[in-house]
Unconditional design. Sequence first.
Length: 288
Amino acid sequence: MSGDEILVGFDGSADARLALGWALDEAQHSGRPVRLAYVFEWVTVTGWIGPGMAPGIWPDETARRQVEELVGEAAADAAAERPGVTVHGDVLDGPPALVLQERSAEAGLLVLGSRGHGGFGGLLAGSTAVAVTAHAHCPVVVVRHGSTGAAGPVVVGVDGSEPSRVALGFAVERAAKRKMPLRVVRITDPPDGRRRPSDHDEQAVAAEERAVVEKSLAAWQGTFPDLPVTVVVTPGNPAATLVEASREAQLVVVGSRGRGGLRGMLLGSVSQQLIQHSQCPVAVVRER
């Protein structure tokens, strides 16, 4: 696997096929190859299964051949649908979350559906998507069923933390390559539920925060001078504000943890809330 590949966690589910579609769009804009990865977790079936019968292993070799055919057909169909995109397919062994985390160290981007065949109907995002997003070595995009993100701006949440600065760069590049506007959202409320002094000037705070955001944007606007950018500075809850913004966005981008994140947490509350509730695909970005 080359370091610029787009890795797609693929199990043939509806969400995985949506993730593949998003990855193919990204590949067309970026020129990157796409690699589908179907991960088998082999399970020993124990307990009484009949007289004279030994414990079995699932999936068996027949199931593996069927999956290899599934992945091969999906890769071939994707390559035929997008003639300019190089598409590969792999069938791997091991716990899916762990294998995808390890493979992400060699990828430029990892794309997942929010739930695969192992998901429960009541869960908005599956355990694999949450675990991989928390531990991946590269940016992760989670595509939820029903979250097409077909139109609208690229939205990025910034709070001045290092992860949010990395997220801003990711969002700028995606918006520029897709020739879509960028909306930068800055929440003025202090992190961790702390309160500002009762005599603070909300307008002065907003002007100060806007100046900080525009300073961060200056270098990028020199690189992409034609990129339309809107800066939104507003009080409120960061997760709720970005979930609301996702209703008219094609992609929402956040850092893995912001200023309010606890040091021991690999995935912050805002990114977790977006994975569960966003109305468009979500990119969670961290430094390698």
